[in-house]
Design a binder for this molecule. Structure first.
Ligand SMILES: O=C(O)CCC(=O)C(=O)O
Ligand SMILES: [Fe+2]
Length: 209
């Protein structure tokens, strides 16, 4: 793939590692029982993870029916189901660390890893809640680790109101929890700024999509 991150010849390969979550991740209570946890720089040495994610891991273009036309979804997708080996061991470690930290509150493990590749500023995801599964009716969590060019995640209450903005940079963690998928919506807006590729890795429990 041509999107691969180009390290300069002076780059020293730093090994990707996870930094602690406990006592560092910051919770933002939203309205109606929704919350967002945010930890910028959770992963350090993220370049090698980004390099793997921008390689040939089976990215595919999804198509959606829009009225009379079938159009390409403006991002590439790769879905890792339960039991599928993730493309970089750091991601397996991230899921384990999320289970350790959030398990007592969530009551179940994170099992799937949905990935989105935003090739440039024209790629985006429109306002939505992750409501295809149990997020429609119950409280749950969706944990997102971001790699590559920073893009903001916007959130707004479904009942209307101003939106909140969480910048998601290389190695940052954001977790949407409580009623967030039902009572709030989120999006990654398009931007005219010259941004490079970004990969979002979303960990979800069984039956949440
Ligand atoms: O790119 C992101 O971080 C968000 C993606 C998202 O909301 C989704 O795939 O449901
Ligand atoms: Fe989503």
């Amino acid at each position: 793939m041509t999107l691969a991150h180009q390290p300069s010849m002076w780059d020293v390969a730093e090994e990707a590692t996870l930094t602690p979550l406990a006592g560092r991740v910051r919770r933002h209570e939203l309205s109606d029982g929704a919350w967002v946890d945010h930890l910028p720089g959770w992963v350090s040495g993220s370049d090698e993870v980004l390099d793997v994610l921008l390689g040939d891991i089976g990215w595919r273009e999804d198509r959606r029916q829009m009225y009379e036309r079938e159009v390409a979804v403006p991002r590439l997708l790769r879905w890792y189901g339960a039991g599928e080996t993730l493309p970089h061991p750091l991601l397996t470690g991230a899921r384990t660390a999320l289970d350790t930290h959030y398990g007592p509150e969530l009551g179940e493990p994170f099992v799937s890893a949905g990935m989105c590749l935003y090739r440039d500023g024209r790629d985006s995801v429109a306002w939505h809640g992750d409501r295809l599964g149990r997020g429609r009716t119950g409280s749950t969590m969706v944990a997102i680790v971001s790699f590559g060019s920073p893009r903001p995640l916007l959130l707004r209450p479904v009942t209307g109101g101003p939106s909140l903005r969480f910048p998601l940079g290389h190695g940052d963690l954001v977790v949407m929890g409580g009623t967030c998928q039902r009572t709030w919506e989120h999006c990654i807006p398009k931007t005219a700024k010259p941004v490079g590729p970004r990969v979002s890795v979303q960990f979800r429990p069984r039956g949440v999509a």
